[in-house]
Design a protein around this ligand. Structure first.
Ligand code: 6PG
Length: 470
């Protein structure tokens, strides 16, 4: 390595950057490393154990760039937003033809498109790469969604494939399209992540508030679910979390956590971009909204004795129905997420391969689940109108799970337990499966008060009605 330079440079030794650098070193690559706070560098190398031999620490940006073999591949793991633009300004003068810089953070894909366009034609390349799987994934195998030039992909591919999670030996990384494609797909991944987390929380809420189950009991139930068709990382996480005890109080940790959820913005971006494209992903929207409502703790506490609760005492559905509800909701939230990807693919000319996206989400990422393998199969097979819920394999699943979703929701509605995301899933499903909807009345209303016009089912052209007066 000495004469040739490092295979790759990693700038930013926070949690994710350190883990990716060690993963690369573990896979035999030499890695130049640096960090804005230079005192982190020596400590990182000191803690790397035997992998330190493959790390090339550099304190200045100049030394860092010089330590990497040309054409260079440089991965930035730094906060998204302004810091990335500042880094590009600082590093560009030091780069040579064919060099690629990669932003591996959770960036807004609009920024990624702008940055890609800035470098386009300069013989230096910008890649936006979504990395999923948290610290553990980054260290031992993340799922990675790459957007950028074919040149950059060929350059980085051997390293990306080596460090990626593997599903039956297949690396969970791919170049999905140009410019912002990778970051966009990661954003939608996070939107689906929000919906899945919220649906699990809604079922937890039903069991806790209407069935009096304890956190460990619900955790044990989720643990069983994780062995079946619902098998997924997020169910496993929920099962383990609910069964964890707080050493301070001896209570389940979940019981002592304040019920206000944080968010960094990617779920919200999914909705914003969906709406801009005339799409809607109601399950993701409901999940983002639910995090927002959770922050209104004081109002909720005040409202509890003031506002009437559910009225009827009904039985909680059985375990099979609850699992079915979760499965139907999961299918629908994924279907909505993939619709957004489809719309964006057309708008931005990315030619996204939906089956490939489902495939690289099968391992390493936060939403990995047994369902994703079926979705990939669905996308590879017959897919009327490009719609996942119409794929034969999904239709079969929906047929058996929808009754459970309906029973779960009707119990929750009568008991006054909120299930905004699962309700949104059913609302969309029942809309999409009905040939004759109700938008005819919306059009009538629009024409009535605004003369907006409407199309008729029996005649061509635009029409107005002589509406009966109020
Ligand atoms: C992943 C995750 C990750 C995300 C966190 C936190 O795929 O590894 O999506 O990228 O940052 O899950 O997201 P929120 O703070 O918005 O919940």
């Amino acid at each position: 390595m000495a004469g040739r330079g490092a295979d790759i440079g990693v700038y930013g030794l926070g949690t994710m950057g350190s883990a990716l650098a060690l993963n690369l070193a573990d896979n035999g690559f030499s890695v130049a490393v640096t960090n804005r706070e230079s005192d982190w560098i020596a400590q990182f190398v000191a803690e790397a154990g035997p992998l330190a031999d493959r790390l090339v620490p550099a304190e200045s940006l100049e030394d860092f760039v010089a330590a990497i073999a040309a054409p260079r591949t440089i991965l930035f793991m730094i906060p998204s937003g302004a810091p990335m633009d500042e880094m590009i300004n600082a590093i560009l003068p030091l780069l040579g033809d064919g060099d690629t810089i990669i932003d591996g953070g959770n960036a807004d894909f609009n920024d990624t498109r702008r940055r890609f366009a800035r470098l386009e034609g300069s013989r230096k390349h910008f890649v936006g790469m979504g990395v999923s799987g948290g610290e553990e994934g980054a260290r031992h195998g993340p799922s990675m969604m790459v957007g950028g030039s074919e040149h950059s992909w060929q350059q980085m591919r051997p390293m990306a494939e080596a460090i990626a999670a593997k599903f039956e030996g297949i690396p969970c990384v791919a170049r999905l399209g140009s410019d912002g494609a990778g970051h966009f797909v990661k954003t939608v991944h996070n939107g689906i992540e929000y919906a899945d987390m919220q649906m699990i929380a809604e079922i937890y809420g039903l069991l806790r508030d209407a069935n009096g189950e304890t956190a460990p009991e619900i955790g044990a139930r989720f643990g069983r679910w994780a062995q079946g068709p619902l098998s997924s990382y997020l169910i496993e996480v929920s099962a383990a979390a609910l069964q964890t005890v707080d050493p301070e109080t001896g209570k389940p940790v979940a019981d002592v956590i304040l019920d206000q959820a944080g968010q960094k913005g990617t779920g919200r971006w999914t909705i914003i971009e969906a709406l801009k494209m005339g799409q809607s992903a109601s399950t993701i929207e409901a999940a983002v909204g639910a995090r927002g409502w959770s922050s209104e703790k004081a109002v909720r506490v005040m409202a509890e004795p003031l506002l009437p609760a559910g009225t009827e005492k009904v039985e909680i559905p059985g375990d099979d129905d609850l699992q079915a509800a979760m499965m139907a909701g999961r299918i629908i939230s994924h279907a909505q997420g993939f619709r957004i990807l489809d719309a964006a693919s057309k708008d931005f000319d990315w030619h996204l391969d939906m089956a490939q996206i489902a495939e690289i989400w099968r391992a390493g990422c936060i939403i990995r689940s047994a369902l994703l393998d079926e979705l990939a199969e669905g996308f590879r097979g017959e897919l009327p109108q490009g719609h996942l819920i119409l794929a034969p394999i999904m239709r079969k699943r929906l047929q058996v799970t929808l009754p459970g979703l309906r029973r779960t929701l009707s119990a929750a509605i009568n008991l006054g337990v909120a299930m905004p995301t699962l309700s949104a899933a059913l609302g969309w499903y029942d809309t999409m499966r009905r040939g004759r909807g109700t938008a005819n009345l919306i059009q009538a209303q629009r024409d009535f008060f605004g003369a907006h016009g409407f199309e008729r089912i029996d005649m061509e052209g635009k029409h107005h009605a002589e509406w009966r007066p109020l």
